[in-house]
Design a protein around this ligand. Structure first.
Ligand SMILES: [Zn+2]
Length: 284
């Protein structure tokens, strides 16, 4: 049987006690224009029932389907539950929806979501069911699931994704030169083993490990460089002098002041050590 239209009717205490279903005026064109008995099917039943119907009146300010008390009782109807009204070719199908069951369904969807999009959608439906804002629903859910035990499964990440794939020698050089300090903000912290924490960013992901392509960064600046809108400024030798992150210009500290003769020597030493390293790597 083809479904022409469907809509939801929330159940309120006054309607429940009167055993009637209140239909909003905007749906009145889906019903007969005058008071009469209409054919109603309950839930997934095929047996038709004739129920009194009255169209919109200024006194009631709604359309009404009467004589549903028994059906409400069968479902232990409560405030917060609702009825889905499906307009079919041969009558009106009333499907009872228990809020608690709907909530459980959306909670399960939320728990089983494989992507953030799926989780967001499940949460949106849960919020709709509870007639709460998305944030309030999220807060309540967080509070609820905080009582559960969440086993953490170890996620194996391919090493090349986890690390920069940087040769240990180069990483060590950068560590010593910058003492682990972020070239953008200067932040670092000591790890439990006493070593400074830093990450190495490749400006051009396909650009190789040459030092002009690398920046020593803290986790925060690294994340910004990876995910934000970034423009790079370089000097004549190709060293990064500044980065513009989401429109905000940040100068980049370069330990190698390439304009001074001493620095040039250090740089030359560094580059030659790198060349030696790569030669050794190639031999292997
Ligand atoms: Zn930083």
């Amino acid at each position: 049987m083809a479904t022409l239209k469907s809509f939801r009717v929330p159940l309120t205490m006054s309607r429940l006690s009167k055993g009637l279903l209140a239909i909003r005026r905007k749906f009145q064109q889906l019903f007969p224009p005058s008071a009469q008995k209409i054919t109603v099917f309950f839930d997934d039943e095929t047996k038709p029932h004739l129920k009194p119907y009255t169209p919109y009146r200024s006194t009631t300010r709604e359309c009404r389907i009467y004589n549903l008390r028994q059906w409400f009782r069968k479902h232990k109807a409560a405030v917060g539950d609702w009825v889905e009204v499906i307009v079919e070719e041969t009558g009106y199908r009333l499907v009872f929806r228990k809020r608690s069951e709907e909530e459980a369904k959306h909670r399960e969807e939320l728990q089983k979501a494989e992507t953030e999009e799926q989780a967001q959608e499940a949460l949106r439906k849960l919020a709709q069911t509870q007639r709460r804002s998305l944030r309030k629903t999220a807060l309540k859910e967080l509070q609820r699931v905080a009582k559960q035990t969440w086993e953490r499964k170890r996620v194996i990440v391919a090493p090349q994704e986890r690390y920069e794939g940087l040769p240990a020698s180069l990483r060590t050089l950068l560590k010593i030169v910058y003492e682990g300090r972020c070239q953008i903000c200067g932040f670092t912290f000591l790890k439990r083993n006493g070593e400074p924490y830093f990450e190495v960013h490749h400006i051009d992901p396909a650009g190789g490990h040459q030092p002009q392509n690398l920046l020593v960064l803290c986790a925060n600046c690294h994340a910004q460089m990876e995910h934000a809108e970034v423009t790079i400024e370089r000097d004549a030798q190709g060293w990064v002098t500044a980065v513009i992150i989401n429109g905000e210009r940040r100068s980049v500290y370069q330990a190698l002041n390439t304009s001074s003769p001493i620095a040039t020597t250090v740089l030359a030493l560094w580059v030659s050590s790198m060349l030696w390293h790569y030669t050794m790597l190639n031999r292997i």
